[in-house]
Design a protein around this ligand. Structure first.
Ligand SMILES: Nc1ncnc2c1ncn2[C@@H]1O[C@H](COP(=O)(O)OP(=O)(O)OP(=O)(O)O)[C@@H](O)[C@H]1O
Ligand SMILES: [Mg+2]
Length: 282
């Protein structure tokens, strides 16, 4: 469906995307990366709101940078900084957004209902919690009925309950579409993504099934009780816990396993932090 070829983007001197290439069909893909990694830039370019400095996007083999019409019509995009006008009701706002796209507003009512907002759809958005606003955003996106859905940090600021709810709605409603969502929260990926793209400083550093990252990893995770930090030795420290007795328990990734450390099962979080560790001394 989508072929992204050597997409690069520069803001003045700053390289935000560096030769990103991947192919995507139906399914839920998580785009994981640190703050400033380039996630929003990539999603904005795919949403045809911004042109890349270099590269091409093929939608059903059609070059879409110069001629974005088909890709734009096929895409619904929820920006990271979506505006929710406080005085408008969810229903009025969703109708407005759908009419702007030339869609029927009726689907908006149906999705508000399905996402558990039917009884509050008449209330102003200013009275909504963050979780309700994100669900309203998702209702709009699903009502667009497009084959491609782009969500920029849709679970940002949600409490664990709303987060789980968001995952469930998204997974249930989108099995026949391509969903690309960005996050820097690893558990979002574990919950719903079939594939993970990790970008770091504009580069695609991993593309594959989340499990591949933990099962084929050459570098082990370990735990150590240490009063002296072991930073600066080529290790990635993924967790530090101060025990009541005053000692420090550290979790890390890397070889050789430090003396006195116990090997532990690695996690997606460990391997993600290892891949995007910019302070690592190799
Ligand atoms: N309009 C802009 N002008 C200049 N630099 C920009 C602009 N937008 C983004 N950048 C820079 O490009 C890089 C990538 O930014 P981007 O917003 O795409 O990252 P991100 O992965 O979405 O980050 P976050 O997790 O904080 O949302 C960053 O270094 C950012 O400072
Ligand atoms: Mg962003």
């Amino acid at each position: 469906m989508l072929n992204i070829e050597k997409l690069s983007h520069r803001y003045q001197q700053k390289v935000a995307l560096d030769q990103i290439t991947f192919h995507a069909e139906q399914g839920i893909i998580g785009l994981l990366g640190r703050n400033g990694a380039g996630k929003s830039t990539l999603l904005r370019i795919l949403a045809t709101l911004q042109q890349p400095s270099e590269g091409e996007i093929f939608y059903h083999n059609q070059a879409s940078i110069e001629n974005p019409k088909a890709l734009r019509q096929a895409t619904a995009y929820l920006p990271q900084d979506m505006v929710y006008p406080a005085k408008l009701s969810a229903r009025d706002y969703i109708h407005y957004l759908l009419r702007l796209r030339g869609n029927s507003p009726k689907a908006g009512d149906e999705w508000l209902e399905k996402l558990g907002l039917g009884s509050v759809a008449h209330k102003p958005l200013g009275s909504y919690s963050g979780g309700m606003r994100q669900r309203m955003g998702l209702a709009y996106i699903l009502a667009c009925e497009t084959p491609i859905i782009l969500l920029d940090e849709p679970t940002q600021g949600l409490d664990p309950w709303e987060r789980v709810r968001f995952h469930e709605y998204l997974a249930a409603a989108t099995h026949d579409r391509l969903v690309l969502f960005s996050t820097h929260i690893v558990s979002d990926i574990e919950a719903i993504a079939h594939r993970i793209l990790i970008i770091d400083q504009g580069k695609l550093v991993f593309d594959g099934h989340p499990q591949t990252l933990t099962t084929t990893s050459a570098e082990p995770s370990w735990q150590i009780e240490a009063n002296l930090p072991i930073y600066g030795q080529g290790y990635t420290i993924t967790n530090v816990r101060r025990e009541i007795a005053g000692s420090v328990r550290m979790r890390g990734v890397g070889l050789p396993i430090p003396r006195g450390a116990t090997r532990v099962a690695t996690t997606l979080e460990d391997q993600y932090l290892r891949l995007t560790d910019q302070e690592r001394i190799v």
